[in-house]
Design a protein around this ligand. Structure first.
Ligand code: SF4
Length: 497
């Protein structure tokens, strides 16, 4: 009997072709994250006897997709907006070879037209519609052009099917992060965010199921888990405690992304006995949080537009508290939003980050993604200047910002990277965050708290971008000089920077 085979295509994790050295560092040492969405699709397919194989679509790849697609029965593509152009190639090849193709993920959900070559497109979460789609395919019925989960109630995470991790290639990376989902949805509605729109209602998995899945992975003490992600932390405190304690007892090092306001509030009520105390991983025999990523996003505004709990005022408190509990706090900051001006916003961000000295800050260029209020408005207002999907990597300016040119945005972004990750600034940040006492107890955590691995990656990136001629030397020099003047004026007016 013929066993049907499906090829599962996903986009690359490393999306910046301008920063090759940084991508190598990330791939081998810093972040190795397996894509969970396509692994869930694989789990559903395998339940019905389909064999699956994962293929990562790489930008400028010379891989011969045709010979692989020819031997398969169907092609499933999980695509973000970034992956659209890569996915087109796969879908067109499948079409030419008369193979069934199904596209899902953020890309098709928000831009169905961009994936019109697919036999069928899945809109929204896959789980509510996968059983029907699978049945249609395997019984030989024609597929519907669209399987729309956005009109159905959000998928109940009590029914969560564990991802099929057998599709992931074996990894020799000692820092490999075992990705795991804890919740979906977010209370915030940041105007540029697509996950909160795609995921719909707020839900979370039962702690017992999360811990059982971890046990099933047979991880060793000291292994890494990355929870994607906590967003606005809707899991009730008692259940979070159960998860954090479970991770600790298993000696797992974990990281996540989330907002800091609920943790600050919890500390104000429960002090050291609260969640931050449970997250702290000073004792290397027990697990703990080795990276908490907070999307502070807009440092030029008192509150992130569309959010309810991302306040600029909380940042200083958060950095202090995370330092107190030796939990590495990494920030994400965006440039190029409507309220940002040139060069003042870049100087404000550089000044704020110098003052706060968090472990590490991921700097991003605001990217107008389809399906978000901000991205859709820019599209309507004809402010999008570049539609090459592989440029939507948060590191290239693809829109004309409201109060600067796209070139100013790009060069301002490079200037920020250069300024924050210059060797003297890295040394300064190290001094602020390094603790000899912690280093004696837990050397790895002590290094993570300083952010030095990521800072080295950022410095390598800047060096490569400079060598490859992406930085406009004249503009960079002018910004350097103006920043010195700006700092002088601030110091004279009583604001220390
Ligand atoms: S907090 Fe994060 S996940 Fe939630 S809406 Fe804002 S950017 Fe999106």
């Amino acid at each position: 009997m013929h066993t049907p085979e499906a090829l599962l295509f996903v986009g690359p994790q490393y999306t910046d072709s301008r920063r090759k050295s940084a991508n190598i560092l990330r791939r081998h040492f810093l972040a190795a994250l397996d894509p969970l969405g396509i692994a869930i699709v694989s789990a559903y397919l395998r339940k019905t006897g389909v064999e699956t194989r994962l293929i990562t679509m790489e930008d400028q790849s010379k891989a011969d997709y045709a010979s692989q697609i020819e031997k398969a029965d169907a092609v499933f593509v999980s695509a973000r907006q970034f992956d659209r152009d890569l996915a087109q190639e796969v879908l067109q090849t499948a079409d030419r070879l008369k193979k069934i193709s199904i596209a899902g993920g953020y890309g098709p959900s928000f831009d169905p037209e961009g994936f019109s070559t697919a036999t069928a497109r899945v809109l929204g979460e896959a789980e509510p519609v996968l059983p029907q789609l699978n049945e249609d395919w395997l019984s030989g019925r024609s597929l519907s052009p669209t399987y729309d989960a956005t009109t159905l109630p959000p998928f109940d995470l009590d029914q969560y099917v564990w991802p099929d991790r057998t599709i992931f290639p074996r990894s020799a990376n000692p820092f490999k992060q075992n990705t795991q989902e804890w919740q979906r949805g977010c209370k915030n509605r940041c105007i540029f965010c697509s996950p909160s729109r795609m995921q719909g209602g707020i839900r979370f998995r039962p702690p017992a199921d999360i811990l059982a899945e971890l046990d099933n992975l047979h991880l060793k003490r000291g292994d890494y888990v990355f929870s994607v992600d906590l967003n606005s932390m809707v899991i009730p405190k008692e259940q979070l405690r159960e998860i954090f304690l479970g991770l600790s007892e298993r000696g797992l090092r974990w990281s996540t992304e989330g907002t800091v306001a609920p943790l600050i509030k919890d500390f104000e009520i429960n002090g050291e006995k609260g969640l931050l105390g449970l997250m702290s991983g000073v004792d290397p025999k027990r697990g703990g949080c080795y990276s908490f990523h907070y999307g502070a996003d807009d440092l030029s505004s008192p509150k992130v537009c569309g959010s309810y709990d991302k306040n600029l005022n909380d940042l200083e408190k958060a950095v202090g508290l995370f330092r107190q509990f030796t939990i590495p706090l990494n920030l994400s900051v965006i440039v190029g939003l409507d309220n940002h001006t040139y060069p003042e916003s870049f100087f404000e961000i550089a000044g704020a980050l110098t003052e706060l000295a968090p472990g590490y800050t991921f700097l991003h260029i605001a990217t107008p993604l389809k399906g978000t209020p901000w991205g859709d408005r820019l599209d309507r207002d004809r402010k999008i200047i570049d539609r090459t999907s592989t440029h939507y990597n948060h590191r290239q300016a693809v829109h004309e910002p409201k109060q600067m040119t796209s070139k100013q945005l790009q060069q301002g972004y490079y200037w920020l990277l250069r300024t924050i990750y210059s060797p003297p600034m890295i040394a300064r940040s190290f001094q602020r965050n390094f603790s000899a006492e912690l280093f004696i107890k837990n050397p790895f955590l002590a290094l993570m708290v300083t952010g030095i691995p990521w800072q080295t990656e950022a410095w390598t990136s800047v060096t490569e971008l400079t060598a490859r001629g992406y930085l406009d030397r004249k503009v960079q020099k002018e910004m350097d000089a103006e920043y010195q003047r700006w700092k002088g004026e601030r110091a004279n007016s009583g604001n220390r920077n």
